[in-house]
Write a protein of this length. Structure first.
Lengths: 176, 77
């Protein structure tokens, strides 16, 4: 982190966008699967935000955006580890926001619905039909549009703060 | 390097998951707004590809090959 901050000059924004999933019911998930999802989706945002915070604080302003999912607002079958880590990201975000506030550091959580991206071991087509939520999927968000929203959050004045944002396609099976 | 300008000029942005999906879109979008961007991802070749997209906007890219499964590496890095 120190190297990244030094190379960048000033670190002002951290976007925790990395995420992973291991498919299957809780009966099918091994403890190692669980720990892998926890490491990437929850431990990494904690460790990275912890490392970034001194840089953001010293600048007197900054923004951390944690990318959750509608799976961070509602649990469904076949995604116990994923949903658990995404819910946990909300608590992490709120705690860090409370700690960062007096230093001008905003910490926000974004809950996107279905996006037209491939990640982890899934292609969008594989995600469809994997769960009741994905089975309802009729549209997906263009990641470029969600990136526009995050860029807006980064360039917006200090007030108001978008603490939590749920963004979905108009027709989204996963939310509400 | 010429100053690319933009609302995020001289701001550093660190993006994880930068080689695909939303992370990649965010990295490129931030670069378009003038930010210098540190890119975290696992795959060096993919990182180089995104870094090229970022630097095309006249800003700096700092590619960092890190596997976020390795919490010791994440914490110590």
């Amino acid at each position: 982190m120190n190297r990244a901050a030094a190379d960048l000059g000033r670190l002002g924004v951290l976007v925790n966008a990395a995420g992973t999933d291991v498919p299957g019911s809780a009966q099918e998930l091994s403890l190692a699967d669980w720990e892998r999802v926890v490491a990437v989706n929850l431990t990494a945002p904690f460790a990275l935000t912890k490392a970034a915070m001194p840089h953001l604080r010293s600048a007197g302003s900054g923004l951390v955006v944690n990318i959750s999912s509608v799976a961070g607002r509602r649990g469904w079958a076949g995604a116990s580890a994923y949903c658990a880590t995404k819910f946990a990201l909300t608590g992490l975000t709120q705690s860090l926001a409370a700690e960062g506030r007096e230093h001008g550091v905003r910490v926000c959580v974004l809950y996107p619905g279905a996006m037209s991206t491939s990640w982890g071991t899934f292609e969008p087509a594989q995600r469809r039909g994997r769960s009741e939520v994905a089975g309802d999927e009729r549209e997906s968000l263009d990641p470029a549009v969600v990136a526009d929203l995050i860029a807006w959050m980064a360039t917006a004045p200090g007030q108001p703060v978008l603490n939590e944002v749920t963004v979905t396609p108009l027709h989204e099976g996963g939310w509400p | 390097m010429t100053d690319p300008g933009g609302p995020l000029a001289s701001t550093g942005v660190l993006v994880t998951g930068a080689t695909s999906g939303l992370g990649r879109a965010v990295a490129v979008r931030m670069a378009a707004a003038g930010a210098d961007v540190a890119l975290l991802g696992r795959n060096g070749r993919d990182l180089a590809e995104v870094a090229a997209e970022v630097t095309a906007y006249g800003v700096r890219a700092v590619p960092l090959a890190v596997d976020l499964v390795d919490s010791a590496a994440v914490g110590g890095w």
